[in-house]
Design a protein around this ligand. Structure first.
Ligand SMILES: [Zn+2]
Ligand SMILES: [Zn+2]
Length: 399
């Protein structure tokens, strides 16, 4: 029987159990164990990907957790936590195109043994294999060809972001840097916090790919701010691979993401004076201070490179729902969040399933209104840009 699972496949590790930094600056609470607890117990995720398992420190922690019996290996790949959440081992790796553009790519493998072998192989290219998202000093093409020897799922990460992404700064078309066969080795495309399916489906070469939405969390509270609903028959790496390739009835059923306008890099901004564009800029200098220090926003970049002025969604494309994380809801501080969690156990229950009267009882009428309007996609939002998140301005049910 096919069931639906909440999946967040892009979560970083801050520190190993032994106190060694993996990603700086993050939190000491961001250990593998801390992530498993937060994702399963508080967020209500069913599948998570940890993207720093290339680091021998992280891999040692995961191994330790399997020895303790907290994680159980699954036949089809991956590890089960507390009988209800699947952990997938992944790596985020930076590549460099000959033109100098940097991009991040996620590589997921079925088990510890395969990740250990991949890590040893990659350590000849990566200067410090212990740290997160390191540069592999190779173009994407080479990474795809290496990673595909390790029974992996290869997924370009946050593909439109202005600093490190394939469409953001490396190329206008994947087909300019990969052959057809290599493009066929990509398992999916990660949209990233400032993009949605409407934006990505303006590029024709992406039509066949499944889109996934993930949190790219660098702290425990950011886990599950974006996620994908995957339809599969049981929790395993193999089932997830089938869902991404849409075989045997497995598929992605929905993307839950921030409204792109809530993302930090939605519009072009000037690092010199803080100007944020609200319309297309004709010149490539800042209209306020004339400096050339403009960073291209995701929205503006997609406009530049798109094939279509409007999205062309393929038949398989699921809905994309703008979701507002609880932390964005005005008046919802730590105390009320704890009350809500006491009542409904996980954030997924609060965000997706709790009804208005239950929410009112736990958190008051105003917050209940906000949660329901966020669920329905009718809350109003001010645009982000310049590395600042957009914010929720008012609730249209509130007038
Ligand atoms: Zn990244
Ligand atoms: Zn990341």
């Amino acid at each position: 029987m096919i069931k639906q699972y909440f999946a967040d496949l892009h979560i970083h590790v801050g520190m190993s159990e032994s106190g060694k930094w993996v990603k700086i600056p993050t939190s000491r609470r961001l250990t593998v164990r801390g992530i498993l607890q937060e994702a399963a117990d508080r967020k209500g995720m069913n599948i998570i990907g940890i993207v720093d398992a290339l680091s021998p420190h992280v891999l040692a922690d995961i191994k330790q957790l399997t020895e303790e019996g907290l994680l159980t290996p699954v036949n089809g790949g991956g590890y089960i936590y507390k009988e209800r959440m699947l952990l997938i081992l992944g790596a985020e790796i930076e590549t460099r195109e000959p033109g100098g553009g940097l991009a991040h790519t996620l590589v997921f493998v079925p088990d510890i043994k395969t990740m250990a072998a991949f890590s040893v192989y990659m350590s000849q290219f990566i200067r410090n294999i212990n740290l997160s998202s390191q540069n592999a000093h190779m173009p994407l093409q080479q990474l795809v060809n290496i990673a595909s020897n390790f029974n992996s799922l290869i997924i370009p990460a946050h593909v439109f972001t202005p600093h490190k992404s394939i469409y953001g700064v490396c190329c206008e078309r994947l087909s300019h840097i990969l052959t057809d066969q290599e493009m066929g080795k990509l398992a999916a495309i990660e949209l990233g916090l400032s993009a949605d399916s409407n934006m990505a489906d303006r590029i024709s070469e992406l039509a066949d790919y499944t889109f996934i939405t993930n949190s790219d969390a660098h702290s425990l509270d950011k886990i599950a701010r974006e996620y994908t609903i995957l339809a599969m028959s049981e929790l395993s790496f193999q089932e997830m691979a089938q869902a991404l390739s849409r075989t045997a009835g497995r598929e992605a059923r929905g993307n839950y993401g921030l409204n792109p306008r809530l993302g930090k890099y939605h519009r072009t901004f000037c690092t010199g004076c803080g100007f944020i564009a609200t319309a297309d800029l004709m010149e490539n200098c800042c209209p306020e201070c004339n400096s050339k220090s403009l960073v291209k926003g995701v929205f503006d970049r997609v406009n530049d490179i798109a094939d279509y002025p409007e999205p062309h969604h393929p038949l398989h494309r699921p809905y994309y729902l703008y979701q507002i994380p609880l932390e964005f809801i005005p008046g919802l501080g730590k105390k009320i969040k704890d009350q809500l969690l006491d009542e409904f156990e996980t954030e997924m229950n609060i965000v997706h399933y709790a009804n208005h009267s239950e929410l009112t009882k736990a958190a008051g009428n105003k917050i209940a209104d906000f949660i329901l309007s966020a669920r329905a996609g009718t809350a109003a939002i001010a645009a982000g840009g310049g590395g600042i998140y957009g914010r929720l301005v008012k609730n249209i049910m509130d007038k």
